[in-house]
Design a protein around this ligand. Sequence first.
Ligand SMILES: *[C@@H]1O[C@H](CO)[C@@H](O)[C@H](O)[C@H]1NC(C)=O
Ligand SMILES: *[C@@H]1O[C@H](CO)[C@@H](O)[C@H](O)[C@H]1NC(C)=O
Length: 215
Amino acid sequence: MSLLQILVTSLTLLIIHQTTIASSTLDLTQGFTTISLDNSNFVIQKPYNIPINQRYIFSNGVHQFWIYPTDKPFTNETNTQPRTEIRISGHDYTCGIWQFEGYGYIPSGTSGVCIMQVFGGSPYATTTQLRIYNGSLTYYESPILSQNIYDRWFKVNAIHDVGANNVKVYIDDVLTYDGVGHGANTHYFKFGVYLQNDPSSCAESRWKDIKVLRK
Ligand SMILES: *[C@@H]1O[C@H](CO)[C@@H](O)[C@H](O)[C@H]1NC(C)=O
Ligand SMILES: *[C@@H]1O[C@H](CO)[C@@H](O)[C@H](O)[C@H]1NC(C)=O
């Protein structure tokens, strides 16, 4: 090998090495402070007329939620669609940069359902909804953020900058949505299943390793 070849080879190896380091240490939570959460911060909303254990199980660190189109709303005083969701409580925010991190899992067949929300907006009710339609993960009804979402764990990082009115959604550490928010209001995160248009006969989502962070 000539000196030049050796140099090129070394440089190439160096670049590969650096790239590997960069991708393996990507940490979307860097610079954020993790908020400590206990059970009181996880408020479950489920059809008002049945016990929690008929629509929700927490086992081995996994929250499992399911819902049927014929289910009742979460209170008897609303006509909203059926849901089984956890509402993060005790950390509502009106300013700052907030982040939700969690791992989601959607069994195949689930469709027409919202699985995660950045709640609150103005004049909107929500700033972000992640939904499932026909095997894809979508931002509201569009755009598609990730195809072939069924039957695998995927990582979700949703970063909401209230002051800048901006939302970024990362799926498996890849930026899939970067857009304008829906205005300032009182905000909080939700995850689970909240039926939308064209729902499947049963809708299910599972979640684990939920974190809320702020900057
Ligand atoms: C909802 O349920 C509560 C408690 O059972 C009851 O007091 C109230 O009247 C109900 N409201 C409606 C609209 O049915
Ligand atoms: C999902 O698939 C059904 C059946 O093919 C179709 O009618 C519906 O429009 C699709 N929904 C979306 C949001 O793509």
